[in-house]
Design a binder for this molecule. Structure first.
Ligand SMILES: Cc1cc2nc3c(=O)[nH]c(=O)nc-3n(C[C@H](O)[C@H](O)[C@H](O)COP(=O)(O)O)c2cc1C
Length: 143
């Protein structure tokens, strides 16, 4: 089964409630384990940046479901490619809140200090996601 990686950006819905993130992370952990999907989800309270990796069919199906999810809007595909190996094999969905992303990391990958994935190229967004996966696992949370 071909491995692919997909990165998208989106914006939380207007009626978003803070609890929604816990709901999303708990369903993601369960579903992704079943379909051998791994990846990361960055969220700063406004914007999401998510990287999904796994078998091509599984990733495409999940992206379709996520795209239709009303808890966010303006879903835009930033990057899609075949990969030879995973970057997130240790996490079915690594959660990265904004507090875990330093200003210098954002600055490395975009033209500004504020986290805004719509202002990043697909390649930069993918690199930022991968860099975050190299932070020691014990410093990160997977819900
Ligand atoms: C920002 C965001 C990220 C999500 N990430 C995942 C994910 O990684 N895995 C997953 O199964 N569902 C994820 N979801 C939830 C899906 O959109 C969907 O609700 C869930 O897969 C259950 O779908 P179903 O009710 O059709 O079974 C995410 C939703 C949002 C808003």
């Amino acid at each position: 089964m071909y491995l692919v990686s997909l990165v998208y950006a989106s914006t939380r819905a207007d009626d978003w409630e803070d609890n929604d993130i816990y709901q999303i992370l708990s369903e993601s952990g369960k579903n992704n384990a079943k379909s051998s999907i791994t990846g990361s989800l960055c969220f700063n309270g406004d914007y999401f940046l998510q990287c999904l990796e796994g078998g091509r069919t599984a990733v495409n199906e999940l992206y379709r479901r996520i795209h239709n999810d009303r808890r966010h809007r303006d879903v835009i595909l930033l990057h899609y490619s075949e990969i030879t190996q995973r970057s997130f094999e240790q996490w079915h969905m690594l959660y990265v809140p904004e507090s875990r992303i330093s200003e210098s990391q954002i600055l490395r990958y975009s033209g500004q200090k504020q986290f805004n994935p719509y202002q990043m190229s697909g390649a930069s967004a993918l690199q930022l996601c991968r860099e975050l996966a190299f932070i020691a696992p014990e410093e990160q949370s997977e819900l």
